[in-house]
Design a protein around this ligand. Structure first.
Ligand code: GTP
Ligand code: MN
Ligand code: MN
Ligand code: MN
Ligand code: MN
Length: 194
């Protein structure tokens, strides 16, 4: 599958591509699992209708709305809140030649833990897509347990499109997981997948 990193500006100048915008919503937390393992950060993803993990968001037509307004609209549908997104939240754009001509735009936005909790509630209570296109929001385990539990096990699952790379990039770029821990998690995940 031929994919290429491009700028947001370049992406908008391309003709004949569909655009999809997705976002990683996250927060810091002091919570501890089993009263001892720091959770450190809450990172939201979703179980999609097709069984893949993905980020909330969806298809946007830049001729009708800006990428960021379109992403907010998708957030309203999928998590029940039209969380405002700005160009500053943009992290990457990736052009895919196959299987379909699509450009995937990726954003990240840091919220307060309480705001994230409210979003999780709204995702069940008011989101139109709950139980349909979205089977539920999930938090990504960022810690390491015995036998690959935690982040390695999570990474061994199946992700839509280049969403797994988006997750790994954001965790590193935003300093949520160290480079060493990410390398360890990826290696362990590969072993778990076979
Ligand atoms: P409809 O409302 O049914 O049109 O779906 P949607 O607008 O919510 O679209 P969706 O979220 O499925 O995203 C559109 C396309 O983008 C998908 O077919 C995937 O190829 C891709 N996609 C979905 N989620 C992600 C994600 O988290 N990251 C990336 N990179 N691509 C994704
Ligand atoms: Mn959608
Ligand atoms: Mn849509
Ligand atoms: Mn979607
Ligand atoms: Mn839809």
């Amino acid at each position: 599958m031929a994919t290429e990193e491009i700028t947001r500006e370049d992406a908008l100048s391309r003709v004949g591509y569909r655009h999809a915008c997705h976002i990683m919503l996250y927060a810091d937390t002091t919570a501890k699992l089993f009263r001892k393992i720091p959770i450190k950060h809450v990172v939201l993803m979703q179980m999609r209708f097709d069984g893949f993990f993905g980020f909330p968001g969806g298809l946007v037509n830049p001729l009708e709305e800006t990428l960021e307004v379109g992403l907010s609209r998708e957030l309203k549908e999928e998590v029940g809140v039209a969380i405002p997104v700005s160009e500053e939240d943009h992290l990457s754009s990736c052009l895919h030649q196959s299987p379909s001509h699509i450009i995937t735009h990726f954003y990240a936005k840091k919220l307060e833990e309480s705001e994230l909790r409210d979003i999780e509630k709204a995702a069940v209570a008011t989101a139109d897509d709950h139980g349909l296109e979205v089977m539920g929001m999930v938090r990504v385990p960022l810690y390491f347990l015995k036998d690959g539990g935690g982040l390695p096990r999570f990474l061994s699952h199946s992700f839509i499109s280049n969403c797994r790379s988006q997750l790994l990039f954001a965790l590193r770029h935003l300093g949520l997981v160290s480079k060493e821990e990410l390398e360890r998690a990826k290696k362990q995940a590969d072993r778990l997948r076979h």
